[in-house]
Design a protein around this ligand. Structure first.
Ligand code: MRU
Length: 364
């Protein structure tokens, strides 16, 4: 997608795969800064400190991390060490394990001399497939938005279609296009008037920092709201649809996504507002059924709750303390929305009800 008229992706190979370039998302929206990752440990640190984040992008970064490890040492032991180290960085998004397993399966049968090149090819194949999947999600989501916009009462016709989104499930969370934001970009480009309510998404503010940044660069009308405002807007008929991404979706359609998604789903359900989840097939964990019982939820540093980051009047990026010194903070990074609260899943293969039969119909 575009930043100031230039097309960007979130991750790329440098020097023929000697290093991996990424956008440093901890400095957005104030600084557009790129970083070079040269070792698997740097890739692992980039994932855990959220220089890169978002389920699909974490997966591609993990795959690139294995490639970097194999450049240093293509032996089996080094492969396993890097696999374990990268896989342990963030436990919730299943794309990471999926991408690491895919690269490992590709390189394991090869002689060591061929492994790094094969890992690079596989990592880039995963990246390209992610772009294609996200664009297809955009097309399927666009059709849904167009249908819902046309079905609105006569007095709402001609007004912008109002979409609420939580966290950042845009191109910065993937390689390009995004999941939940792909239908929004497609709708904007297709000329469907729309407006996006952007949840700020405490504690790390992926909505206020990243989603707002993306939408502004693409010229999509949007307004940042505090996380607690969504229910009120729904009660007053100001939200036509909620769309979010997913970090892990179980076979029966339970959705694990950024903390706070569940509360949006409850409010949407209570107000008859459809809540759809946009996800590539790489986010489905077919081995799990009950998301609440089975999905591991990452707990992050309490400092992300007690402190907040922003730009000061001199232009410096600063962390400031919000709470009394010594107050404890708890920081679960994700929650699970049960399938019964999900109106539909938008995948690269089409739209399905959030049920095992619905998913199976798309992924036989
Ligand atoms: O903690 P983050 O920023 O990695 O969480 C990201 C999300 O929860 C996204 O909604 C999810 O990864 C889907 S992104 C396409």
């Amino acid at each position: 997608m575009n930043i100031d008229g230039k097309a960007w992706r979130t991750i790329w190979l440098e020097d023929g795969g000697q290093s991996v370039g990424v956008i440093d998302q901890t400095r957005l929206p104030h600084d557009l800064h790129t970083r070079s990752l040269r070792t698997w440990r740097e890739a692992a640190a980039a994932i855990s400190t959220m220089v890169v984040r978002g389920a699909p992008l974490i997966g591609v970064t993990g795959a690139c991390g294995l490639m970097l490890a194999l450049r240093e040492d293509p032996g089996d032991q080094a492969l396993e060490e890097a696999f374990t180290g990268l896989n342990g960085t963030r436990p919730t998004a299943v794309n990471l394990r999926w991408a690491l397993e895919r690269v490992r399966q590709r390189v394991q049968p090869l002689p060591p001399s061929e492994r790094a090149a094969a890992a690079a090819a596989e990592a880039m194949a995963i990246a390209e497939e992610d772009v294609a999947m996200c664009e297809a999600i955009g097309d399927h989501g666009l059709a849904l938005f167009q249908r819902w916009a046309a079905a609105r009462p006569a007095d709402r016709q001609g007004q912008p279609f109002q979409v609420l989104t939580h966290c950042n499930a845009g191109w910065l969370a993937t390689v390009d296009w995004g999941t939940a934001l792909a239908p929004i970009y497609k709708a904007h480009r297709a000329g469907l008037p729309l407006h996006v309510w952007v949840d700020e998404t405490r504690p790390r503010n992926q909505g206020a920092s990243l989603t707002a940044y993306e939408l502004a660069r693409e010229g999509v009308p949007h307004t940042v709201i505090v996380d607690n405002a969504g229910g009120h807007l729904m009660q007053h008929g100001q939200v036509d649809a909620v769309i979010v991404g997913s970090d892990r979706t179980t076979r029966r359609g339970d959705v694990c996504n950024k903390i706070g998604t569940y509360l949006k789903a409850l409010a949407a359900h209570d107000n008859g507002v459809p809540l759809v989840v946009a996800l590539p097939g790489s986010t489905i964990d077919w081995s799990l059924t009950d998301g609440l019982a089975e999905i591991p939820i990452e707990t992050r540093d309490a400092a992300e709750v007690t402190h907040i980051q922003g730009r000061d009047a001199e232009g410096g990026i600063r962390q400031v303390l919000l709470t009394p010194e010594g107050s404890a903070g708890l920081n679960p990074a994700f929650d699970v929305t049960p399938a019964r609260l999900v109106t539909a899943l938008i995948t690269e293969r089409g739209v399905a009800p959030a049920t095992e039969a619905g998913l199976r119909a798309l992924y036989a």
